[in-house]
Write a protein that binds this ligand. Structure first.
Ligand code: ATP
Ligand code: MG
Length: 664
C-alpha cells in the first residue's frame, strides 16, 4: 500500500440530487429508502440469519446447507459449505414447468444485424447437449476448461455446459493474445479449450482458433486434450487431428438431456483473470453457491428486475460483468436479455440506440468508456445521436467499470434516459463477484458520479492506513469489513498472494478493494476517487486523480476524455500530468500550447490552482485495456519519461503510446 492513502481532501462538491419518482418508488421491488434501510437493519442485527434467509429463498439447493458462514480459516471464508447445488440448474432447469420455460431467454443480435431468439427450454436443450459432448470426452467435475469465444450465445452455452457438469471454466476475452492465452492455460491447468474459428466484430472477420493454436504451440500446454471449434463463419481454419473437433462433430448423436451434477457450494464455478489495469492479472477463483446467490439477488435489487423487462448488459463474457450479468444473473432471474456480438460503432455509432429501439430494451447497462465515446460521436454527427432513436422503452440505466464523470452521467441521464430513468452506478470488481455499492432504483436518491451506498449486507467502509474508520466528509481506503457470499475465495494457485493483496495485516482483517473513496458529509454517499495508488500529493495537498479528470471532462466543448497521474517533482513532491483526448483532432505545436493553457486555467477555476496539471499531453485516444479501462500504470511510466517495460499483454492499442510522449 502506498504511503499516500490517508485523508484525501474532496475538492469537488456535487450538489445535484435526483430522487426516484413517486411512481418508481411505488412500483419497485425495494421501495423507498425505508425499504433499503430495513434490509440493512436486518443484516446488521443478524448477519448470518440475513444471508441464510436470502440463500434459502433465491437459490435452488439439491442438498440444503446447515452452516451459513464458516470463518474458522479466515480470510478463506466458506459460505453455505455443506449445501449442494448446480449453477446451470439454477439458471435453466428451475424455469422448466413454470411460465418462464417458453419465455425468450436470449435475443441475440449478430454483428451483421441478424437476430435470433432462444427460449429457456431451447437454451436448456442446447446447454445439455453440449454438456454431454464434454462428458463424452472425459471432462469431469473439477476439470478446468478454457473458453475463448466470441460474444455469442454459444459462448454462454459453453460456460453453462461447464457449470452443468461441475467443470470450472476460465473465460479469456477474445481480444487477448496467444501469449496471454498460453499463460492462462498453464496457470489454470486446463484440459480443453472451447473456441471459434473466427469472430465477427465491426464487419471484420478476426481469427480466434489460430491464436489458440499459436498459444498452445508456445509450450507448456500439454494438459489440453481437446479443442472444440464453433464455426462462426464459413472460412476454414486449421484443425489438429485427434485434438480438435467442430461443435457439429462434438454434438453429433448427443442427447439434449443431461442431468446437472450437484456440487458443493464452495466448488469453484470459475476462475477469471482480472483485467490487468494495475499489474499482472490474477486468477480470481469464485464459488458456486454464494456467487450464484448474489448474481440472482443483485438482478432483483440493483436492476429492480420485473418479468416483462428486456435486460441488456453490453459487457463481453470475457469480463466479470459478462459472467455475472450475462451468463448467470439474468438467467437465474428468469429475464429476457439481449446479447450483442458486435461493437457500438458498427455500422455506425448509433448502434446501441437503434438496438434499444429494435428490441424494446428496458434496462441498459454499459461502461463509462462506451458512454464517453458515444457522446463524442453523437456530438460530431447528429445522425448517430440517441435522439434519432425511440428510447421510450428504457426504465433503468446502469454504469460499470470505472468511475463515471458527473458530466458523462448528466449526458447519459438526459440524452438516453430522458430524465426519467434512474442510473445505477454500480461499483464492484472481478473479486467481488457482483455489485457492492449501487443505488437501488426505487429507493436511493441519485447523485451524479457517486455509487451512493453499499447494498444491504455489504459492510463497506472508509478507513485510514491502520484500519480506523473515517468520519463522513473525509476520504481514505475503501474496505469491506465483513465477508459476503460472492467474494473471491482465493487466487488460483496462489493463496499467499490472495492474503497479501486483499487482507493485509494492517487492516484488521478487512477486505482491501484497492480503491480510494470519499463519503459525503450529508448523506454518507460513497464516491470512488481512483485506485489507492492514484492519490496525488501536490505540495502537501491530497487529491484523487478522478477529481481532476472530472474537472477536465467538464470542459465539455473541448475535452472528450482525460486521465491524470502523478510523477515525482522536486518542488511540489508530485506533479500532475494530464493525458487528454479532445473532441477535435489532436493538436500540436503552438495550438497545443494554447489549448493546454486554456485547460490549466479551467482546472484552476474549477478546483483551484493547486490542481493545475503541470504537463498536458494530447492523444487521439488513451492506452486502454481490452475491457476499455485506462491503463494508468503505463501513463505513470510515460509521465516519468520511463520506457515501457511492463506487462502490456492486455493493452488494446499500443500505437497510442507514441503520441503521448510530448508534454505541453
Ligand atoms: P486489475 O485488478 O487487474 O488491475 P481491474 O481492477 O481493472 O484490473 P476489474 O475487476 O475489472 O479489474 O475492475 C474493478 C475496478 O474497476 C474497481 O476496483 C474500480 O477501480 C473500477 N470500477 C468498477 N466499477 C466502478 C464504478 N462504478 N465506479 C468507480 N470505479 C469502478
Ligand atoms: Mg482490480
Amino acid at each position: 500500500m502506498s504511503a499516500s492513502t490517508s485523508a484525501i481532501e474532496s475538492v469537488l462538491v456535487e450538489n445535484r440530487v435526483f430522487p426516484p419518482s413517486e411512481a418508481t418508488v411505488k412500483a419497485a421491488r425495494i421501495s423507498g429508502i425505508e425499504g433499503y434501510n430495513a434490509l440493512c437493519a436486518e443484516a446488521e442485527k443478524d448477519f448470518e440469519g440475513f444471508w441464510s434467509r436470502l440463500a434459502k429463498t433465491n437459490v435452488v439447493w439439491n442438498k440444503p446447507f446447515t452452516r451459513t458462514l464458516d470463518e474458522s480459516n479466515a480470510p478463506f471464508y466458506k459460505w453455505f459449505d455443506d449445501g449442494e447445488l448446480n449453477a446451470s440448474a439454477n439458471c435453466l432447469d428451475k424455469h422448466i414447468g413454470t411460465p418462464t420455460e417458453n419465455k425468450v431467454a436470449v435475443i441475440f443480435e449478430a454483428d451483421d444485424g441478424k437476430v435470433t431468439k432462444t427460449t429457456y427450454k431451447e437454451l436448456l436443450a442446447r446447454v445439455s447437449q453440449f454438456a454431454n459432448a464434454l462428458k463424452a470426452d472425459g471432462i469431469r467435475k473439477g476439470d478446468r476448461v478454457l473458453v475463448y469465444m466470441p460474444m455469442t450465445l454459444e459462448g454462454v452455452i459453453a460456460m453453462q455446459a461447464c457449470a452443468r457438469i461441475g467443470a470450472t471454466h476460465s473465460v479469456v476475452f477474445g481480444g487477448f493474445s496467444a501469449k496471454a492465452l498460453q499463460e492462462r492455460i498453464i496457470d489454470a491447468g486446463a484440459v480443453a479449450v472451447i473456441t471459434s474459428n473466427y469472430q465477427m466484430r465491426g464487419g471484420k472477420e478476426l481469427p480466434l482458433k489460430s491464436i489458440v493454436d499459436e498459444g498452445i504451440a508456445m509450450g507448456g500446454c500439454e494438459s489440453i486434450k481437446t479443442v472444440y471449434v464453433y464455426q462462426r463463419t464459413q472460412t476454414a481454419c486449421n484443425m489438429v487431428a485427434g485434438r480438435d473437433k467442430t461443435f457439429d462433430e462434438a454434438l453429433a448423436g448427443q442427447s439434449t438431456d443431461c442431468a446437472p451434477v450437484p456440487v458443493g457450494a464452495e466448488h469453484p464455478l470459475f476462475i477469471l483473470y482480472t483485467s490487468g489495469s494495475t499489474g499482472k492479472p490474477k486468477g480470481v477463483q469464485h464459488s458456486t453457491g454464494g456467487y450464484l446467490l448474489w448474481a440472482k439477488l443483485t438482478m432483483d435489487w440493483t436492476f429492480d428486475l420485473k418479468p416483462e423487462d428486456v435486460f441488456w448488459c453490453t459487457a463481453d463474457i470475457g469480463w466479470i460483468t459478462g459472467h455475472t450479468y450475462v451468463a448467470y444473473g439474468p438467467l437465474a432471474a428468469g429475464a429476457t436479455q439481449i446479447i450483442f456480438e458486435g461493437v457500438p460503432t458498427f455500422p455506425n455509432a448509433g448502434r446501441f440506440w437503434q438496438m434499444i429501439e429494435r428490441h424494446k430494451c428496458t434496462i441498459f447497462y454499459t461502461a463509462p468508456t462506451a458512454i464517453r465515446s458515444l457522446i463524442k460521436a453523437a456530438e460530431a454527427d447528429a445522425a448517430v445521436h440517441p435522439d434519432r432513436s425511440d428510447l421510450s422503452s428504457l426504465r433503468i440505466l446502469g454504469s460499470v467499470g470505472e468511475p463515471i464523470n458527473p458530466e458523462a452521467w448528466m449526458w447519459y441521464y438526459k440524452n438516453v434516459g430522458h430524465e426519467k430513468c434512474p442510473i445505477v452506478d454500480t461499483f464492484w470488481q472481478t473479486e467481488t463477484g457482483g455489485h457492492m455499492m449501487s443505488p437501488m432504483p426505487g429507493a436511493t436518491p441519485l447523485v451524479p458520479g457517486s455509487c451512493t451506498l453499499p447494498l444491504p449486507g455489504i459492510m463497506a467502509a472508509i478507513v485510514d492506513e491502520s484500519g480506523n474508520e473515517m468520519p463522513n466528509g473525509s476520504g481514505g481506503i475503501l474496505v469491506v469489513k465483513r465477508p459476503w457470499p460472492s467474494m473471491i475465495r482465493t487466487i488460483w494457485n496462489d493463496p499467499d498472494r490472495f492474503k497479501k493483496s486483499y487482507f493485509p495485516d494492517e487492516l484488521k482483517g478487512y477486505y482491501l478493494a484497492g480503491d480510494g473513496a470519499v463519503r459525503s458529509a450529508d448523506r454518507g454517499y460513497f464516491r470512488i476517487t481512483g485506485r489507492i495508488d492514484d492519490v496525488l500529493n501536490v505540495s502537501g495537498h491530497r487529491m484523487g486523480t478522478m477529481e481532476i479528470e472530472s474537472a477536465l471532462v467538464a470542459k465539455s466543448d473541448l475535452v472528450a476524455e482525460a486521465a491524470v497521474v502523478g510523477r515525482p517533482d522536486d518542488l511540489t513532491g508530485e506533479a500532475i500530468c494530464a493525458f487528454v483526448v479532445l473532441k477535435r483532432s489532436r493538436p500540436e505545436g503552438d495550438e497545443a500550447k494554447a489549448i493546454a493553457k486554456e485547460l490549466r486555467d479551467w482546472v484552476a477555476k474549477e478546483i483551484g490552482p493547486i490542481a493545475k496539471p503541470k504537463d498536458i499531453r494530447f492523444g487521439e485516444n488513451l492506452p486502454k485495456t481490452r475491457s476499455g479501462k485506462i491503463m494508468r500504470r503505463l501513463l505513470r511510466s510515460l509521465a516519468k519519461g520511463e520506457s515501457i517495460t511492463q506487462d502490456t499483454s492486455t493493452l488494446e492499442n499500443p500505437a497510442i503510446l507514441d503520441q503521448l510522449g510530448q508534454a505541453y
